[in-house]
Write a protein that binds this ligand. Structure first.
Ligand code: ADP
Length: 319
C-alpha cells in the first residue's frame, strides 16, 4: 500500500491530533504517502485533501480538537455523495483510509470498504460508547475535565451547604457520568442505563442531611434527564437550594491527558500496520492493556456493556 488517507469525523475528541500524528508518521516511516482529508466525509466528497509530511503533524500532540477539522455529512449517506467520494479517492489513488470517529463514522467506513477502499477505524469519542475497546480516545481527558470542574464546584457546595447537579455529556451513554462520578466521590450518579426516581434521589439527599451532611453532588448524564428539571423537582420535594451546572462543550476540548496521547499513538501506529498488511474493515481497540482488532460490523451490532460493577460500587461508596 503506497498511498493512504486519514480523516476525523463526527464529534471531536481530545487526542485525535495525537492519532493523526501517529498515522502520518508511521505511514511515512513505512514508505507510504499520507493524505489528510479535511472535514471528514464532506472533505472526501469535495476533494479537500492535503498531503501530510513529517512536519505537518509537529507540535500537535498536546492539542485538543483536530487539525483536520471534523464535520457531519448527510450527503455522504446518499448514493450521489458516495459516488463523488469514490471518484476523488480513485483520482488521488488512495488505497487505504483511516477513520477516526464514533459509530456513525464507522458506518461510513464500512460502506467504503464494501466498495474496495481498505478502511481502518479508530474510536475517538468522549462518550466511550464503542464496544470492543475499554477506552475511546478523548474519554480519559473528558473525565478529568469533569473532575476538575467538580473539584471547584465542591468548594462552594461545601461552603454554602448546597446541592449541586452537574450535567455532563452522554445522550445514550452514562460512561462519562459514571467514571467522573466515581472519581469525584459524587453522592448520586444518574445515567440513562439505570432507571431512577426523583423520590429515591431525594431520599438519599435527606439521609445525608440526617447524618449531618449539608451538601450533595449529583452527576447527571444529559440522557438521563435535564439538569434544570431534576433540580426543580429536588427543591420542591426537599426544600434544599439546588444549583445546576451544565458543563456542555467544555468537556470536548482541552489538552489531552497522557493516557489519551499514548492510546491514540498506539492506535494510530496499529492502524497503519494493519493497512500495510492488507487488512480492511476493522477497528483498533484497546482491551485489558492490549490492542485488539475487531470487525467494524461487529462494532455496530454490539452494545457496549454498562459497567454495572463500577456503578454498584459507586452506590456503596456514596452511602
Ligand atoms: P460519530 O462518528 O461521532 O458517531 P455521526 O453519527 O454524526 O458521528 O457520523 C459521522 C458521519 O459519518 C456522518 O455525518 C456521515 O457522513 C457518516 N455516516 C454515518 N452513518 C452513515 C451511513 N449509514 N452510511 C454512510 N455514512 C454514514
Amino acid at each position: 500500500m503506497k498511498r493512504i488517507g486519514i480523516l476525523t469525523s463526527g464529534g471531536d475528541a481530545p487526542g485525535m491530533n495525537a492519532a493523526i500524528r501517529a498515522v502520518v508518521r508511521s505511514g511515512i516511516y513505512n514508505d507510504m504517502e499520507v493524505y489528510g482529508i479535511r472535514r471528514g466525509y464532506a472533505g472526501l466528497i469535495n476533494g479537500d485533501f492535503v498531503k501530510m509530511d513529517l512536519g505537518s503533524v509537529g507540535d500537535i500532540i498536546h492539542r485538543g480538537g483536530t487539525i483536520l477539522r471534523t464535520a457531519r455529512s448527510e450527503e455522504f449517506k446518499t448514493p450521489e455523495g458516495m459516488e463523488k467520494a469514490l471518484k476523488n479517492i480513485e483520482a488521488l489513488g488512495l488505497e487505504g483510509l483511516v477513520v477516526i470517529g464514533g459509530d456513525g463514522s464507522f458506518r461510513g467506513a464500512i460502506e467504503l470498504s464494501k466498495r474496495g477502499v481498505a478502511t481502518i477505524g479508530i474510536p475517538g469519542t468522549i462518550d466511550n460508547d464503542i464496544p470492543f475497546t475499554d477506552y475511546s480516545i478523548g474519554f480519559d481527558t473528558a473525565v478529568n475535565t469533569v473532575v476538575e470542574a467538580v473539584n471547584k464546584i465542591r468548594d462552594t457546595a461545601t461552603s454554602h451547604e448546597r446541592t449541586f447537579i452537574i450535567e455532563v455529556m452522554g445522550r445514550e451513554s452514562g460512561n462519562l457520568a459514571l467514571y467522573s462520578g466515581v472519581a469525584c466521590g459524587a453522592e448520586t450518579i444518574l445515567v440513562p442505563e439505570m432507571p431512577f426516581t426523583i423520590k429515591d434521589v431525594c431520599e438519599k439527599i435527606m439521609s445525608g442531611f440526617r447524618r449531618g451532611k449539608l451538601h450533595s453532588i449529583i452527576i447527571l448524564a444529559e440522557g438521563a434527564g435535564q439538569g434544570f428539571d431534576v433540580g426543580r423537582e429536588i427543591k420542591n420535594i426537599t426544600g434544599f437550594e439546588t444549583r445546576i451546572i451544565v458543563l456542555g462543550h467544555l468537556q470536548r476540548g482541552g489538552t489531552p491527558t497522557a493516557f489519551d496521547r499514548i492510546l491514540a499513538s498506539q492506535m494510530g501506529g496499529k492502524a497503519v500496520e494493519l493497512l500495510k498488511s492488507g487488512v480492511s474493515n476493522k477497528m483498533v481497540g484497546w482491551v485489558k492493556g492490549e490492542l485488539l482488532v475487531t470487525d467494524l460490523e461487529q462494532i455496530l451490532t454490539t452494545n457496549k456493556p454498562f459497567n454495572m460493577e463500577l456503578y454498584e460500587l459507586a452506590n456503596i461508596l456514596s452511602i
